[in-house]
Design a binder for this molecule. Structure first.
Ligand SMILES: [Zn+2]
Ligand SMILES: [Zn+2]
Length: 130
């Protein structure tokens, strides 16, 4: 079961819906990977074939750009392999050259509006999805 939230800036009208968690269609890793781009999938294939895989964590996550503050749903993937190696999938910002970093719900709600930098974002709907 996943969760989602719709947020809105009352000042400029910016709104978006973000999702986190895992649903039925994405709960196995192969299904989850279908939405990744080719390069990312090839790199993951490479790790899976060469490395000794210890643990794979993956889910939808709320993401916030480390440069411009844009908010988006991101594909969170973390693979622990070999002795102490960890692969984290990079999620490039849709707006600038930055990277989305995973954030929790509280951090989303405490964010400034990505568009007008208003300090207050309101959530007007939360949901569960499968
Ligand atoms: Zn950005
Ligand atoms: Zn705004």
């Amino acid at each position: 079961m996943g969760k989602g939230i719709s947020i809105q800036c009352k000042k400029c009208g910016y709104s978006t819906t973000l999702f986190e968690g895992l649903g039925n269609r994405t709960k196995d890793f192969e299904g989850f990977r279908k939405r990744l781009n080719k390069n990312d999938n090839e790199y993951i294939d490479y790790i899976l074939s060469k490395g000794i895989i210890k643990e794979i964590n993956y889910h939808d996550s709320y993401g916030k750009c480390d440069r411009c503050g844009d908010l988006s749903t991101i594909n969170y993937i973390e693979i622990h392999y070999d002795e102490y190696k960890t692969f984290n999938l990079e999620n490039k910002c849709h707006v600038c050259e930055g990277n989305y970093i995973p954030v929790n719900l509280e951090e989303v709600l405490n964010s400034n509006c990505p568009k007008c930098n208003n300090e207050r974002i309101d959530s007007f709907m939360s949901m569960n999805w499968d």
